[in-house]
Design a protein around this ligand. Structure first.
Ligand code: LLP
Length: 419
């Protein structure tokens, strides 16, 4: 469900015609729908209302301050994976006791920053990391709350680049060694080992992998309790899939129906870290057609957005629906939609049946709210796009388009190198 719809052949985001945003802010432009963000958050929140739970919005999917703020206003916590993400979320007046911090390579500076902020807990990915956190917490006169991220070795049936809970992935601790590692960490004086965490992958459309993971995590929790490690929090990560093309993902209530019995049995508070489920269909990327080029073998629609703006098609062969924002007729043709970057891998769609489009028209790439802007780069010295958030008939520029000056900020031609 989202709040982007065509009215009389013209695309609207909530009450705002998207064409107005293109004219006012230019392209490439990311546009997010507040109502969609909130709707997705609430669907998940309601689905789990029977149990004590905390949704920690996974900021990596979309870390615009205004988007995080919208989630915080709903009561959400945050899942962060870097000092930079922690810095961002703290700018939104979030309650720090709702922040969890994951990632395999937390540095001393990041650990200090998180302890200083008094976050809810670290999702720890190895014993050396637990030892480092214990050491730093001790120096700061604090006790750090931690969960270990367990790798349950289940196949989430998703793209290989976004599979994270199988043997051989760099994430978490091996489920077979977990009990021993938890106990070792529980003996450290400045750690409070209170959680079990698992995130098995992203864009997971079936419920079965979660069953498989939880079937392995529950006995672990019981074993730990028996040996005196009091686990109070069960974090099942994120990963819920969405519709890009014709997927049939699990709905929030199907997911909850599968997960709730385990949570009740465990007696734990449930933590969730959804990203894409909340932001994916809440954003579109708008681009303008620069040229339509015909070759002997193919048609190319060359637009002003490129792989630096939305890398998912190039990186994961991901499908994003593409439509003109004004549908003028029913004529269709097959084309590649490509950007101006000097790489053959720079495409937004390949061999796609499209509405016929002319130079100067605007196109919308749908389901671009997650892992869109956040994965943008300045490759080919292209300034990153602007971002707009729409709420009913109101809208605001929530990130300015970068300028050429932004591109060279911090760079110098040092006199020392001119000698
Ligand atoms: N928790 C942890 C520990 C994660 O690593 C992730 C995502 C999430 C939560 C949120 O997952 P979600 O609910 O969004 O599936 N760039 C890729 C996706 C990478 C996901 C990385 N981890 C893409 O564009 O598909």
């Amino acid at each position: 469900m989202d709040f982007f719809e065509y009215r009389h052949h013209e695309l609207y985001c909530e009450q705002v015609p998207v064409a107005r945003l293109c004219e006012e802010f230019g392209t490439p432009l990311y546009v997010y729908s507040h109502a969609t963000l909130v709707d997705h958050y609430r669907k998940l929140d309601v689905a789990f209302e029977e149990v004590d739970h905390l949704i920690c919005f996974s900021v990596k999917s979309n870390s615009n301050l205004a988007v995080i703020r919208a989630m915080v206003q709903e009561g959400s916590g945050a899942d962060v994976v870097s000092g930079g993400e922690l810095f961002r979320v703290l700018k939104t007046d979030i309650d720090p006791s709702k922040i969890v911090f994951a990632g395999v390579g937390k540095t001393r500076a990041e650990i200090e920053q998180a302890l200083q902020a008094d976050i809810l807990m670290f999702n720890v990915e190895s014993m050396p990391e637990a030892i480092a956190i214990n050491q730093i917490a001790g120096e700061m006169g604090k006790v750090a709350r931690i969960a270990f991220r367990v790798n349950p070795d289940v196949d989430p049936h998703t793209h290989r680049h976004i599979t994270t809970g199988k043997k051989g992935n760099k994430f978490g601790i091996d489920i077979h060694m977990a009990a021993k590692i938890f106990q070792e960490a529980a003996d450290l004086p400045y750690l409070n080992v209170c959680g079990v965490h698992a995130h098995i992958g992203s864009q997971i459309t079936e419920v079965e992998p979660y069953h498989a993971a939880l079937q392995r995590l529950l006995p672990l929790i019981e074993e730990l309790r028996t040996s005196g490690v009091n686990i109070t929090d069960l974090n099942i990560g994120g990963g819920l899939g969405i519709i890009y093309q014709d997927e049939q993902p699990q709905m929030a209530h199907d997911f909850a129906k599968a997960v709730l019995p385990y949570v009740k049995r465990s007696g734990c508070r449930l933590l969730l870290e959804p990203g894409r489920f909340i932001t994916g269909n809440a954003g579109i990327l708008l681009a303008r057609v620069i040229y339509v080029k015909q070759t002997e073998t193919k048609n190319f629609v060359i637009v002003d957005a490129a792989m630096n703006d939305l890398v998912r098609p190039s990186f994961y062969e991901a499908y994003h629906k593409i439509k003109p924002i004004l549908i003028q007729n029913d004529d269709q043709f097959i084309a590649d939609v490509v950007g101006p970057i000097c790489e053959s891998g720079d495409f937004l769609a390949k061999d796609r049946m499209l509405h016929s489009v002319q130079q100067g028209e605007y196109l919308a790439m749908f389901s671009a709210g997650a892992y869109g802007f956040v994965m943008a780069s300045n490759y080919n010295s292209r300034p990153r796009a602007a971002e707009v958030l729409v709420k009913r008939d109101q809208y605001a520029l929530v990130r300015e388009r970068e300028t050429y000056e932004d591109l060279i900020r911090g760079e110098t031609i040092s006199p020392a190198l001119e000698l």
